[in-house]
Design a protein around this ligand. Sequence first.
Ligand code: AMP
Length: 241
Amino acid sequence: MRKYVIMGIQGSGKGTQSQMLESGLDLVHIGVGDILRWNVQNHTKMGAQVRRVMAAGELVGDDLVESVVRDRLTQHDWNYGFIIDGFPRNRRQAEFFLESYDIDGVIYLDLPDSEVRRRVLNRRLCSSCGMNYNLLGNTPAVPGRCDFCGGELVTREDDTEEALAVRLKDYHEKTNPVLDVFRRKEYVFTVDARPAPEVVQEQIRTRLGLPPDSPGTQRPILRAVEDDPVERSGIRPVYGP
Ligand code: AMP
């Protein structure tokens, strides 16, 4: 069983690297932002509560986010472990997390601020399955369409200059200190996030002593399921195919 947290500034590749780690290792990728976005896209009650806050680039309330994480982890579908991305984002969340779960390591994707803007403003997301793209490198075969499900690629509502400024400020003020909490426990593996995704992945796996990645195994993050009320609630993203 392997339990990891992945941290890093906006655009550092947390989602991409988590998806790559998920493949072949049977780790479950829990993207807190993905779960919240699923709720917004699917017009759930939670989605209505968080939409405005997310679009402005602000952090959602701790109580709500902690309950999302608790509910998601309570499902225990992570027999081989999990990788959690987007949580914790401040000291309170870090304390909640450390009280409730023991983890094997924190992967810190280190990216200079100068690179963030360029990456984030070129990011695209499949509106249907949540797959990440970037117009700088990871482009889809058909422009504007997801390679996996054919869904429409959109810009995240919070990937604007204004929202990015708010998110970066929060990151430096609130999320960076979380690394110090983890560092005190000697959990943190720092990885240079500037190279191509495959290179970063290789570095992560080497540092964590994990087997190498098999190429071409990236999978979608979320898939909306019509029939299952648990999955429809958005608390349980579907990993597949
Ligand atoms: P992300 O996909 O991780 O960039 O998250 C997108 C947005 O979801 C953030 O800008 C916040 O509005 C919200 N969010 C995600 N994770 C958290 C968290 N741990 N605490 C508070 N808000 C969060």
